[in-house]
Design a protein around this ligand. Structure first.
Ligand code: TMP
Length: 222
């Protein structure tokens, strides 16, 4: 029999991290995953685009700086192709088995980047997202709040030290400003699901807030 010592089955929860590039959400997602694992939860940490073999191949196409000719409609469908694969292959099975999923970006990124960034119709986007996810929604979305100016400055700095600088990073500042506004609108529309954290704090301060929010959500679900 598979030994799941200390595992807290039944605390199933779907947590997503959102924010502009450079907000530090990837670091925070990793740390929350480690925190929950230490407490016996069965945690799956993944990301979008990617998280599956097919999704990782799509990610390469989406992020390649060679693909400047990519049409926003093609971009939209590729993100959602990766998402459909991730939901079916990884997310649903893990949640149905009673585990916790932590995903670095999910469909809010599509609404913010393709919807507000590229000005694509939100109603159409929501229909496509719903098709890709089969209606799966996060229970909690931690939004790491950073301005486009601060976010891009951090990304540029990080890219000097070998981090990926991708096609989306390369969009003009106005694009990132629209994305920022988009996130504000999404949070306002679903204030119960979103929790905002100031991303200009130290890594430790952000982590403490994230832990508090996750614990609070877990407590309401027991
Ligand atoms: P990241 O892995 O560094 O967060 O980069 C992912 C990039 O892809 C980021 O610039 C946001 C963008 N993105 C979208 O535009 N739409 C989406 O649906 C997703 C998941 C990501």
């Amino acid at each position: 029999m598979l030994q799941t010592f200390g595992s807290r089955q039944g605390d199933t929860m779907f947590i997503t991290f959102e924010g502009l590039d450079g907000s530090g959400k990837t670091t925070q997602a990793r740390q929350i995953a480690a925190y929950l694992r230490e407490r016996g939860h069965d945690v799956l940490l993944t990301r979008e685009p990617g998280g599956t073999s097919i999704g990782d191949q799509i990610r390469t196409v989406l992020h390649s700086l060679d693909n400047t000719a990519m049409h926003p409609h093609a971009e939209l469908l590729l993100y959602n192709a990766s998402r459909a694969q991730l939901v079916a292959e990884v997310l649903r099975p893990h949640l149905e088995a009673g585990g916790i999923v932590i995903c670095d970006r999910f469909y809010d990124s599509t609404l913010a980047y393709q919807g507000y960034g590229h000005n694509l119709d939100l109603k159409m986007l929501k229909a496509i997202v719903s098709f890709a996810t089969g209606g799966l929604k996060p229970d909690l979305t931690l939004y790491l709040d950073i301005t486009p100016e601060d976010g891009l400055a951090r990304r540029k700095q990080a890219s000097l030290f070998g981090e990926e600088w991708n096609r989306l990073d390369d969009m003009e500042l106005d694009f990132h400003r629209r994305v920022y506004k988009g996130y504000q609108a999404l949070m306002k529309a679903e204030s119960k699901r979103f929790a905002r954290i100031n991303a200009m704090q130290t890594v430790e301060q952000i982590q403490a807030e994230a832990v508090r929010m996750v614990e609070k959500k877990l407590a309401t679900r027991r």
